[in-house]
Each structure stands twice: as structure tokens, then as C-alpha cells.
Design a protein around this ligand. Structure first.
Ligand SMILES: Cc1cc2nc3c(=O)[nH]c(=O)nc-3n(C[C@H](O)[C@H](O)[C@H](O)COP(=O)(O)O)c2cc1C
Ligand code: FES
Length: 642
């Protein structure tokens, strides 16, 4: 283990690493992020180790476990070097073929490549449509780096920005560079990082703290987890640069306990950084003394809020406090504390390395750089995507996401997590940046993007998000605690078909109070999903209330399933699969659903063969009278068992 006592030591070490690289460059990287781990990437790794041993290739082929590549639904992702062939959905049983065909014979296994329709497979990861339109400046190193090996980060230029900051720039110069870049916080509000850093730096007192917010409580969001898992040194490097600029000697990473791989990789990274002298006293021979502690959060959404998070680090209950004095002036133990999101910190080395002018050339007028989104929901390609600020929603959903599955119609996209809002189809060309999303009644939040198709009920969507937020409210202030509870009660009765005239106006009224008077931004933004669905999909609320009709056919109390007697071919599929025995009929006898027994699980519609399409969902009108028991089917389309 080298102890790097100067910038020159770091440079020498990097050169040694470059010289020691295997000349053949034969190697395999196996994604071992949480998504691929869940798909048995550890078994794929074991299979490579054993297969290479059998072929006497151990030691000649570098086998490296990396962090998330972003395209998690296609895991386990394996890349073979030096050809840079990327294989998707790799199972342990595919490994033998990869070793003999690609590593030994230098050829490609077509069946494991990405295929767009019937085309020949795409060999390189960057050419896959999901990646082609991305600009992975912050996330891109993930796929090359073993997060448990500091050398693999250093070999790719890691800690170069810290070295530059310490050896070539005064603390205020570093801060000025971050200010000039107009780096806005990636964790929610989009507050300019440089302004907050300056406030903390200028606040009275010698003891200051810098903190990484890795709480990431938004359902469906996992970009912070993947960055921390896949490239923890990048986050630590950004944090150390921030500590230097602000004048802090102690840092914290607040990471949720439910992220075990992130916690493990971070802990290994911290130990290695200390051994290399990249944390501790006189870092790289400078006057900077700095170290980092990990605080594991218990997973409450509200504890991601700055004052709540700091209370938790102090050992108190993670609840927000009124912020008459900002945490950048009085944070952890009353000391000036600068909190930034994982992605914000991970962007800092890039700015120091390439400069504010370069960074300012990416993005829009007011939102610079790139943003990582987790693209999930009703979209063909789900995963993490990093795009320049200002890319349109349409490009994200269609060019990168590949559009909506099963040719369904796009309905909306929820951005900004549970306290964000829905963006309807008419705004699909909206350039995605902090301000445009705000103007559209949503927000950037930490970067969740949940795509919804025509089968999504917008009232039910608002109910779902509000129920999450109501559950997560700390309950300390009345507007948030009671406001959400009351809005939720109204939404529940609308979904149940008991909505009343005036309920929409009532929701708007409570939303105003909750927004204006809550203690923290949890209550302050909780009305967003309600208001944005009311503004963009008011007719759906009205259909529920006036006609007891759920246009998307989602709200159970407003939907019935009915078998059309003329189409039923008595194939028995629905009858056999109904878990509660609500369907009667028999061979050649039309099947009938007993409406009183039906639990509306929807299994019958799923199993009814598409060539018959005999089952329909009905909402807002009475279910037609059932045919007489024993009615024989009209065989129109050949035999039922064709
Ligand atoms: C209820 C609530 C939850 C939050 N959760 C997170 C979170 O999980 N991660 C995060 O970075 N910021 C979260 N924030 C925002 C933080 O309070 C804070 O603004 C952010 O960490 C600052 O970092 P940034 O300026 O780099 O975005 C949350 C805010 C609220 C009100
Ligand atoms: S975890 Fe492997 S691609 Fe995301």
C-alpha cells in the first residue's frame, strides 16, 4: 500500500499502475450493483473464476466486479476487454461460452448481445440505444471501476482533481470555481452549491462540517445508491475538495441502512483512502486534515431533510426543526455545516478538473451540467440515465427509454419523487431542468422519473403518493400532519366512488394551507401530486365524482369485470384461474362472473386468450344482465382449443 505524501507521489503511483497494466488487456468486468446482484451476479463472478481456472487463464484475464451500469433490467451485465463486448442478461451457465468464444477465440456470442428487434446484435455498450443518447460524465466511470479497489479509480484519473485543488488553488479559488460553474444541488431544491459553501465558510467558528446526503428516500429512485456503490471514491474526492474550500476537518456520510452494498463499498473506500494518505492529516502534503464518518440512517423519508438529518447524526430523533437559522450557519452540534447530495459531491471533481467554463457549456441557461434520472414505470428500457440538463422529456422517454410497452399510450411522467408532480403528454417536449419542471407544477427532486401509460388512474396516483407522504410525516406540525390526512381521506373516498361535489375545491383549499404553513418541505410540497393531477387531469376527478367512473379502469370499487356471452368460447381459462370461484360455466357453456363474489383482481382478463378477448372492464355503467345458466356458446372462431 503506497502512502501518498505528495501530489508527485500520486502521479508516480498512477504511472506505475499504467505501466503494470496487462499488455494483452484481457479482462472481464461483471456488474455487481444491487440490481445485478439481485440477478445473481455473484454466481456469474464465481463461474468466471472457475472457468478461467479450468482453461488455465487465471492471472492472464483480469476479473473485475464493478458498480451499476444503469441498464439494470438487462443484468447481469458483463463486458469483455479489450474488445469491449458487452453481454446482457448473463447467467452463470453462459460463462463457459463467453470464455471459449470471446476470451479465447476472440469472437462474439451474438445471442448475448443487445438486439433491437431482429437486427444483428449490438457489440459495444455505448451503441445500445439506451446509452447512445446519454452523456455519462458523473456516472460513466462506474462500469470500469472496482469500487473496492482504490487503484482502479486512481488509474482512471481519480484524486487528480483533489491534487489540483490542493496544489494549485487556494480554498477560495476552489469555491469561486464551483460558484462560477453554477452547480445546483442535485438532491431536491436545486440550491446553488457554491453559495451554500460560501455561507458555511464565512460563518463564525473554527469547527465546520461537510455532509453527504445519501438518504435517498424517494420510491423508485436509486441513483445515489448506485453512485455510492459503484464509485465511492468519487464522492469522497468531491467531499474532500469541499472540506478544503469550506474549511472543514470532519465529514459525514449519512447513508440509509437499506443500502448494504453502498455501506460496505464506502467503508472499504474510506479504509483505503486513509491507508493511501488521501484522508487524515496533511493530505498529499498539504495543510488539509480531514476525515469522514459514516452514519447509517434508519430509513425514514423525512430524515433526508437537512435539519432532521443533522439531528439524527447528533443521535437525536431525525425530525426537522424550524430553520430560522440555516444549517450552513448552525448545523450539527450548532456548528456551520454544509450538506450536499451524493450526486452534487460527485460532480465537484469534474468541475475542478475541467473547469467551470467547460461545465457551463453543458445544460441550459439556469441549470448547468448533467443530471442522473432513474427512469422507471411503464417504459420499455428502465434504468439510470445521465443526460444534459435541457434534454426533452420526449427524448428521455422515447429515444432512451424506448417508448411505452405493448404500444400503450403515454399518459404522464411523475418527476421529483412523491412530492413532485405529473407532467402530461402536452408537455412532452419540455426541456428538463430545475426551472422548467417547477413551472410545470412539478420539480426535479432527486431525479425520479416514473412513466405512466393510459392504464394509470391519476386520482389513484395522487392517492398513492399522498398515502406515502402521510405515513412519512413526522407529525410535528399540524398543517402537514392534519392537512395530508384530510387530503388523503378525500382522495380515498373519490377512489371508492363516494366523492362529493366540491371535493376538488376542498382538496385545493387544504393543499394551499399545507403548502404555505408546514414546518418543512415535506408538508410544503406534499400537495404537488394532488394539485398537478387536478390541474392536468381534472376531468378524471370529475368522472369519478359525477359518474362513479374510473376512466383508466383502476379504482376497484368503480370497476366490474364482465364476460361478453357472444365472444366467450368456454375455454375454461378464466374459470380455472379465478382464485375465489366467482366464475361459473363449463365445456361449451358460456362463462359468467358472479359480481357479488368477484374481488376484481383482474386475473380473468389476463388469462382470457387474446383471440377471444371475451372479458371487458366496465366502469360508470351498469353491468349487463347475466345470460341464463347453461347457455351454450356461439362458436364463431373455430374450436376453443384451436
Ligand atoms: C422530506 C425531505 C426529504 C429529503 N430527502 C433527501 C434525500 O434523500 N437526499 C437528498 O440529497 N436530499 C434530500 N432532501 C433535500 C435536503 O434537505 C437538502 O436540501 C439536500 O440534501 C441538499 O443537497 P443539495 O443542495 O446538493 O441538493 C430532502 C428534503 C426533504 C424536505
Ligand atoms: S446493477 Fe447492474 S446495471 Fe444496474
Amino acid at each position: 500500500m503506497p502512502n501518498l505524501k505528495s501530489v508527485a507521489d500520486l502521479e508516480r503511483h498512477r504511472n506505475r499502475l499504467a505501466a503494470a497494466q496487462d499488455k494483452d488487456g484481457l479482462g472481464v468486468t461483471i456488474c455487481s450493483g444491487t440490481g445485478c446482484h439481485a440477478l445473481r451476479s455473484d454466481k456469474v463472478h464465481e463461474a468466471f473464476v472457475s472457468e478461467l481456472r479450468d482453461h488455465k487463464l487465471e492471472g492472464r484475464v483480469a476479473v473485475r466486479r464493478t458498480g451499476c451500469h444503469g441498464f439494470c433490467e438487462q443484468g447481469t451485465i458483463v463486458t469483455v476487454m479489450p474488445l469491449e463486448v458487452t453481454y446482457l442478461q448473463v447467467k452463470p451457465e453462459d460463462v463457459g461460452e463467453i470464455v471459449t468464444t470471446t476470451l479465447i477465440a476472440g469472437e462474439v456470442c451474438d445471442r448475448l448481445l443487445y438486439h433491437d428487434g431482429d437486427d444483428t446484435g449490438i457489440v459495444h455498450e455505448d451503441d445500445i440505444p439506451f446509452y447512445r443518447h446519454q452523456t455519462p460524465y458523473v456516472f460513466g466511470l462506474n462500469r470500469f471501476i472496482d469500487p473496492q479497489d482504490i487503484d482502479s479509480y486512481i488509474a482512471r484519473g481519480g484524486y487528480q482533481s483533489l491534487a489540483k485543488a490542493l496544489s494549485e488553488m487556494a480554498p477560495q479559488e476552489v469555491l469561486d470555481e464551483v460558484k462560477a460553474a453554477n452547480l445546483r444541488g442535485r438532491g431536491g431544491g436545486g440550491f446553488p452549491a457554491g453559495v451554500k459553501w460560501q455561507t458555511t465558510r464565512d460563518a463564525p467558528g473554527d469547527v465546520k462540517y461537510v455532509v453527504v446526503n445519501a438518504d435517498e428516500g424517494d420510491p423508485g429512485a436509486y441513483m445515489d445508491r448506485s453512485l455510492l456503490e459503484g464509485n465511492p471514491h468519487r464522492v469522497l474526492e468531491g467531499l474532500t475538495i469541499g472540506a478544503y474550500a469550506i474549511g472543514a476537518r470532519q465529514g459525514f456520510v449519512y447513508v440509509r441502512q437499506e443500502y448494504p452494498i453502498a455501506v460496505e463499498n464506502l467503508s472499504v473506500a474510506l479504509a483505503q483512502a486513509r491507508e493511501y494518505g488521501l484522508l487524515g492529516s496533511h493530505i498529499l502534503g498539504s495543510d488539509l486534515t480531514f476525515d469522514v464518518k459514516v452514519h447509517r440512517g434508519a430509513g425514514a423519508f423525512v430524515s433526508g431533510e437537512s435539519s432532521a438529518l443533522m439531528a439524527a447524526i447528533e443521535g437525536r430523533v431525525g425530525e426537522p426543526r424550524p430553520k430560522y437559522i440555516r444549517t450552513s450557519v448552525s448545523g450539527i452540534w450548532g456548528k456551520p455545516t454544509n450538506l450536499n447530495n451524493v450526486e452534487t459531491w460527485a460532480t465537484v471533481p469534474l468541475i475542478i478538473d475541467k473547469g467551470a467554463a467547460w461545465f457551463g457549456g453543458i445544460g441550459t441557461e439556469t441549470s448547468k451540467g448533467t443530471k442522473i434520472f432513474s427512469l422507471v414505470g411503464k417504459v420499455n428500457n428502465t434504468g439510470l440515465v445521465e443526460v444534459p440538463m435541457g434534454m426533452s422529456l420526449r427524448q428521455v422517454v422515447y429515444d432512451i427509454g424506448g417508448g411505452i410497452p405493448k404500444d400503450r399510450k403515454f399518459k404522464a411522467v411523475q418527476t421529483g419523487g412523491p412530492s413532485g408532480g405529473v407532467i402530461p403528454e402536452k408537455l412532452l417536449d419540455l426541456p428538463v431542468d430545475f426551472d422548467e419542471l417547477d413551472k410545470a407544477g412539478s420539480m426535479m427532486g432527486s431525479g425520479g422519473m416514473i412513466v405512466m401509460d393510459e392504464d394509470t388512474c391519476m386520482v389513484d396516483t395522487a392517492r398513492y403518493y399522498l398515502s406515502f407522504l402521510a405515513e412519512e410525516s413526522c407529525g410535528k406540525c399540524v398543517p402537514c400532519r392534519e392537512g395530508m390526512h384530510q387530503m388523503l381521506a378525500v382522495l380515498e373516498r373519490i377512489c371508492a366512488g363516494d366523492g362529493r361535489m366540491g371535493d376538488i375545491e376542498l382538496l385545493e383549499e387544504i393543499a394551499e394551507v399545507t403548502t404555505d404553513w408546514s414546518l418543512c418541505a415535506l408538508g410544503g410540497s406534499a400537495a404537488n401530486p394532488v394539485l398537478s393531477t387536478v390541474v392536468n387531469f381534472r376531468e378524471e376527478y370529475e368522472a369519478h365524482i359525477r359518474e362513479r367512473r374510473c376512466p383508466a379502469g383502476v379504482c376497484k370499487e368503480l370497476v366490474s369485470y364482465y364476460i361478453e356471452p357472444d365472444r366467450c368460447q368456454a375455454c375454461m381459462a378464466c374459470l380455472k384461474n379465478c382464485a375465489v370461484g366467482a366464475i361459473s360455466g363449463g365445456k361449451k357453456i358460456v362463462h359468467v362472473i358472479d359480481q357479488a363474489m368477484c374481488t376484481k383482481c383482474g386475473t380473468c382478463i389476463d388469462v382470457c386468450p387474446s383471440r377471444f378477448d371475451a372479458i371487458v372492464k366496465i366502469s360508470g355503467v351498469a353491468v349487463p344482465e347475466a345470460v341464463a345458466p347453461g347457455t351454450e356458446v356461439k362458436r364463431k372462431r373455430g374450436r376453443a382449443d384451436d
